[in-house]
Design a protein around this ligand. Structure first.
Ligand code: LLP
Length: 423
């Protein structure tokens, strides 16, 4: 019998190592889950998901009662996740007609759905207004014109926010940085007053306030304060949506700000700069879902040349993040957790037909063998969301675990699914 070992932050809250030395989440042995449901598979710790939702919601309400937490649903757009977060009292941010349909289907109150996008189509705008979404976030003058036109055609006065790019750079990968002046998102600070004026004069738009989102996976809180200060230069409004962006731990030695520390800084800045009266919205994605989930893979082959290549049955089809952003992950053998961090240097390779399809470099695994189960924690955000069918690989199931029970909430794709749209 091994002593109980606490697992580092990238792992879900209920993760433990059981008496057999296996990783357990939500009371379920992950080696057993792999043989019951197959691999690859996304495993979601439902209790952890609910706890994070409560930490955001209660944390924000305690600091500023006139507020709401919106789930940035692009991070994990599957019906069961929408449903759990709706049950936990969150509102929802959608960035397309598809996300809108999922959010409505899962039971979100349309009045608490917020539509985003730098290139919304006319049908998407009409779908959102017909559904009765609470606010539409306007991103450009053309978007303003089109929102006004659709609202006019539908005989409505649509509540809107204007997205502002505050010329603030957070430290993150270029591909997920959005606050810089040269961003494809939002109105620049010079352009914003004219756009606000133009929207305020429209009989079909009701300008409630401003939105900003400066980037994602931010581990330093200072840029959030600078963004609030920039918004304050544009005058006072009844509503501010301060976006998402709080970073998470992907690696055991990363120490992201806690949800409470983030809210302390953000709300103090809002009180100081935007006044105590405004309604405040935030829209976390990653910090709600990333660490609730891990991916199970089965090792197929181990090849030793210059490196030791441990190849699994998934890769860039279920996790694009290493290829898109050079993101790094912890890797462990689910059936021999006490070996974690020891053994020979390895590369965890995917099964896809590209040399770049590598899930993790610079990892150690102790004598990895074909048939063993490998886990990568922290795959809940933008994992399932960006999954694809490269090489005709069916996308993995999403499995919720809680109280010793597992339930499939998204089934594994089939070969028939791959041909389902072919005509
Ligand atoms: N609000 C807006 C307007 C956003 O564009 C985003 C993310 C969020 C909120 C949520 O940000 P979060 O709290 O998750 O950082 N695929 C990339 C991330 C793209 C983020 C897109 N926008 C990745 O895997 O890192």
């Amino acid at each position: 019998m091994h002593p109980t070992v606490s697992l580092p932050d990238p792992y879900p809250a209920t993760a433990t190592i059981n008496a057999a030395g296996h990783l357990e989440v939500g009371g379920c042995d992950l080696v057993a889950l792999a043989s019951e449901f197959g691999t690859p598979a996304y495993i979601v710790d439902e209790a952890d998901l609910r706890a994070r939702a409560r930490a955001f919601r209660a944390g924000l309400a305690d600091r500023h009662p006139d507020s709401d937490v919106l789930f940035a649903s692009k991070a994990f757009p599957c019906s069961a996740v929408y449903r759990v977060l709706a049950e936990e009292g969150l509102a929802c941010d959608v960035a397309s007609g598809g996300e809108l349909a999922l959010a409505l289907g899962a039971g979100f109150d349309p009045a608490r759905i917020y539509l985003h996008g730098n290139a919304k189509s006319l049908p998407e705008l009409a779908e959102a207004m017909r559904a009765g979404v609470g606010q539409i976030v306007i991103d450009s003058l053309d978007d303003l014109d089109r929102t006004e036109r659709v609202a006019g055609e539908l005989g409505r006065r649509q509540a809107v926010l204007l997205r502002v790019t505050p010329d603030v750079r957070g430290e993150t990968h270029d591909a997920i940085s959005t606050g810089q002046a040269d961003s494809k998102f939002g109105f620049g600070l010079a352009e914003a007053p004219g756009a606000i004026d133009r929207a305020q004069r429209s009989p079909h738009l009701h300008v409630l306030g401003l939105h900003c989102h400066i980037g994602s996976q931010l581990l330093d809180l200072a840029p959030f304060e600078r963004a609030v200060a920039a918004l304050a230069e544009l005058g006072r409004f009844p509503v501010y949506n301060l976006g998402g962006g709080l970073g998470v731990a992907y690696l055991a030695d990363q120490r992201p700000p806690a949800i409470a520390a983030y809210l302390d800084v953000l709300i103090a800045a809002a009180h100081a700069r935007l006044g105590p009266e405004a309604r405040l919205l935030i829209e976390p994605g990653r910090a709600l879902v990333a660490n609730t989930t891990l991916t199970l893979y089965e090792i197929q082959t181990v090849k030793r040349n210059v490196s030791t290549w441990v190849a699994v049955d998934g890769g860039m089809s279920d996790n694009l993040r290493p290829m898109l952003y050079g993101s790094r992950y912890e890797v462990a053998l689910a059936g021999r957790m006490h070996s974690a961090g020891s053994g020979e240097p390895c590369v965890l390779a995917g099964k896809h037909c590209e040399s770049g399809d590598v899930i993790a470099r610079d990892i150690r695994l102790a004598d990895p063998r074909p048939g063993e189960i490998v886990v990568t924690p922290a795959t809940g955000a933008y994992g399932h969301a960006m999954a694809n069918n490269y090489n005709g690989v069916p996308r993995p199931p999403v499995i919720f675990v809680a109280g010793g029970k597992a339930r499939v909430v998204v089934r594994r794709e089939t070969y028939a699914d791959l041909a389902a749209r072919d005509v």
